[in-house]
Design a protein around this ligand. Structure first.
Ligand code: ASP
Ligand code: MG
Length: 421
């Protein structure tokens, strides 16, 4: 048994979804499909929840109507007269659920409201895909993955309850995979033990694929992307990237942690723990070789691996009374970041100062400034980037930082990091 994960770009329009059929039909064993929302649906849902939270209910309602029409048009392009009405019927209660979630959304409990609204995209897309597969003669079932992936209530970044999830995965998905050729589920979403919807963080569908593969002891996971495998840098940001045929979990987890967009950073751990290989393949040309991420790749010699994380805020703290940034201060600072659920992407500390880079989320930055300001002098600088290069050579570094302002440099082994603006 294996898992195929299809992201939003691979199902951006009905033609794209139809083109996935040979890829799916080619698999002989039972197949679990994890799917993202159609194209940019998640961004559209974010706009809906943001408007609803601002009290702009009329705008939210109009946006929902537009999204519903887009999904119906998509289904209409793809499905025949027998299956289209079935899909429309299945989508109806889901759009009702979305309307209720938007109506109840409020700014006071933003993260909670966000998840109740934004979780719906994958439910819509997975319904359409499962009817398309049925129409194509493939024995398919659909499961609402919220009954399988159980989590705590950290909305927008929910923490998986592995024991409960294992139990549900075996009982629900394990069983269905014995009865059907294909089971379709949604990436990115789950639910708390009280049955409230959660999301696992943007781009979290990769993580879903890894969680379920590990729970069900799958043979492999394949992530189908619009690039032909794993490259040493993001080709959208850098020229002359090279493809890497095989790479270790350890290398990829570092790259994902520092911001590589290729894979959700939480994906690797469950795969590593269960020793399940991850294939990255191109849905535009399934015959192309792709890349594999696994435990042992022998004596690999990697090219410089380059990751650029943009839209960062550099937070600089200085003690007010010239006291050292010692264990007391560090634990105080960490506990403030931790309690506000702000992830530190890079840090460095010196005698009386501490520097951290964080994602630019306005609400979090404002809260941090306020709480840290009680104990420290805080200065913030936005619009900075973190550049990380593993296995670096001086040539490559010189090229990458040319003409940039280097605010910080740090180095460990053959990894070097810069804060640039
Ligand atoms: N649809 C979600 C997002 O766009 C999750 C995913 O695609 O992995 O972030
Ligand atoms: Mg996506």
């Amino acid at each position: 048994m294996r898992v195929y994960k299809f992201g939003g770009a691979s199902i951006a329009d009905a033609g794209r979804m139809a083109a996935l059929l040979p890829i799916i039909a080619d698999v002989q064993d039972p197949l679990l499909i994890v799917i993202s929302a159609l194209g940019k649906t998640t961004n559209a849902l974010e706009a809906i929840v943001n408007n609803a939270c601002k009290g702009e209910q009329k705008i939210a309602k109009d946006l929902i109507a537009k999204l519903e029409q887009q999904h119906l048009d998509y289904a209409h392009d793809l499905l025949n007269d027998n299956y289209y009405p079935k899909a429309a019927e299945a989508l109806k209660p889901l759009f009702q659920e979305l309307e209720l979630a938007a109506r109840d959304a409020d700014a006071e409990s933003y993260d909670y409201s966000y998840d109740q609204v934004v979780c719906m995209g994958e439910l819509f897309s997975s319904r359409i895909l499962s009817f398309f597969l049925l129409q194509s003669g493939i024995d398919t079932d659909w499961v609402d993955v919220r009954s399988v992936i159980r989590t705590d209530d950290t909305y927008r970044d929910a923490v998986v309850d592995w024991n409960q999830t294992r139990g549900e995965a075996e009982a629900i998905l394990g069983k269905k995979l014995q009865q059907h050729k294909v089971v379709v589920v949604q990436g990115f979403i789950g639910s708390t033990s009280y049955g409230k919807s959660v999301t696992l963080g943007r781009e979290g569908s990769d993580y879903t694929a890894a969680i379920l593969a590990s729970m069900l002891k799958m043979e492999s996971v394949t992530i189908w992307k619009d690039v032909n495998g794993f490259r040493n840098a993001d080709p959208k940001l850098f020229p002359n990237t090279v493809k890497i045929d095989a790479i270790s979990y350890a290398e990829v987890i570092e790259m994902a942690f520092y911001g590589a967009q290729i894979i959700h950073p939480k994906t690797i751990k469950p795969l590593h723990n269960s020793n399940i290989p991850l294939y990255v393949k191109c849905f535009l040309d399934p015959k192309m070789e792709g890349s594999v991420i696994k435990a042992d790749v022998g004596d690999a010699h990697y090219p410089p691996l380059i990751v650029l994380k943009e839209k960062q805020v550099m937070v600089q703290l200085t003690t007010r009374n010239f006291s050292f940034i010692n264990e007391d201060n560090l634990s105080n600072i960490y506990s403030i970041f931790h309690s506000l659920k702000v992830k530190i992407n890079l840090l460095q500390n010196a005698a009386i100062s501490f520097v951290a880079c964080i994602d630019n989320r306005e609400d979090k930055v404002a809260a941090l400034r306020q709480v840290l300001g009680k104990d420290y002098k805080v200065s913030l600088r936005d619009g900075v980037s973190i550049l990380t290069v593993r296995h670096y050579t001086q040539d490559v570094i010189d090229n990458l930082v040319a003409g940039k302002n280097i605010l910080l440099r740090q180095e460990m082994g053959d990894t070097v990091q810069f804060i640039l603006n």
